[in-house]
Ligand binder design. Structure first.
Ligand code: TXA
Ligand code: MG
Length: 326
């Protein structure tokens, strides 16, 4: 009986909102609840970024370590001023030219941003999404929305309503039902608080595009045993239950024998051989989730060139891989 009461008290009825019901969804955000919503990159798990109690609910629902900071989403470029303590000319230029879009910028935080949102850091990650649903939700809520990708920590990010519903039904107050997300991988994260500016996570906005605007921009390479610049980088990520084996180009000829040997041992094996990075980015996380549902044991993936969206895709595959064959 005691067990039953505990179980019921942890369960929450999750409301499903159609796109015509954004006002009701925004109302929940205003009340300090968590609502998942689509963006152009992946679905986000949103709450009022300025309310530490609301933000704590995101960490709890996701099972996310509290030292991994969240991205704050805004609907107007001018709102960035309230969230930061200073803006350099380069930050102003990037905001003007690259927002709205799949780009997150790290800046020094202002006092109104709680440390629960930044995981204790003096810097804050901010993004103005392009998705009309995301923008309308933020406008209706009237508060900036903190949102990590909508997936249980370490699992592939949610890019469809069904994936988000599978992970969070019963755990959060609401989910806004949208289409499969357009880009399919998360935003690019750049740190403009350091010299030279650093790309911390490749994503929807191409490094090549940013490099043209910030010629000094470097790709950050985390050094082993050193505190990572982006706390998210130290955690296992994007991984389905199946083992992912990445085959670098030089190892493609080994793939058929590798597959046969696994199948001889009775393992269920799938092959992903991406051709075009734009189409593939949209499918990556959803195909990993589908293969899990089919109880696949091994997913053998062949590599693609690490340029444009390919840089973000390969970053996600490398983090998810249990083995890389060269
Ligand atoms: O596309 C996206 O960015 C999605 C949608 C919902 O906007 N969000 C997303 O959030 O991917 P999340 O929490 O899954 O990834 C945020 C990344 C993490 O790696 C985190 O460590 C890093 O951004 N980050 C956040 N604040 C930071 C800060 N102040 N300094 C360095 N890294 C930060
Ligand atoms: Mg994430």
């Amino acid at each position: 009986m005691i067990f039953k009461i505990t179980f019921l008290s942890n369960f929450m009825k999750t409301k499903i909102f159609e796109q015509s019901e954004l006002k009701q969804a925004a109302q929940l955000i205003k009340q300090g609840e968590v609502v998942a919503f689509p963006t152009e990159t992946v679905y986000g798990l949103g709450a009022n970024a300025l309310d530490k109690h609301a933000v704590k609910k995101i960490f709890k629902a996701k099972g996310r370590p509290s030292d991994n900071p969240l991205i704050i989403h805004i609907a107007y470029k001018k709102d960035v001023k309230k969230l930061v303590s200073s803006l350099t000319p380069i930050a102003k230029k990037i905001i003007k030219e690259c927002w709205p879009g799949p780009l997150t910028i790290i800046l020094p935080k202002s006092d109104i941003v709680p440390y629960e949102t930044t995981a204790g850091l003096e810097t804050v990650a901010i993004r103005m999404p392009k998705s009309p649903i995301a923008l309308s939700l933020i406008k209706e809520a009237g508060v900036p929305i903190a949102a990590p990708s909508a997936n249980i920590s370490t699992k592939p990010s949610g890019t469809t309503f069904d994936a988000v519903h599978d992970d969070f039904d019963g755990k959060i107050a609401g989910i806004i039902k949208g289409n499969k997300t357009a880009i399919g991988v998360e935003s690019t994260v750049i740190d403009l608080t350091c010299e030279p500016p650093l790309l911390l996570r490749p994503g929807g906005m191409h490094f090549e595009t940013l490099k043209k605007r910030i010629p000094k921009l470097q790709i950050h390479k985390p050094i082993k045993n050193q505190k990572p610049k982006s706390p998210g980088q130290k955690y296992k990520h994007y991984a389905p239950n199946a083992h992912i084996i990445l085959f670098e180009k030089s190892a493609y000829p080994k793939l058929p024998t590798y597959k046969k040997n696994l199948e001889k041992k009775g393992k269920k094996v799938a092959i992903i051989h991406p051709k075009n990075s734009t189409n593939f980015s949209k499918e990556l996380f959803s195909s990993l989730r589908t293969l899990d549902k089919e109880s696949t044991d091994y997913i053998l993936i062949t590599s693609i060139p690490e340029k444009e969206l390919g840089l973000a895709i390969m970053n996600r595959i490398r983090k998810a891989a249990t083995k890389i064959i060269r």
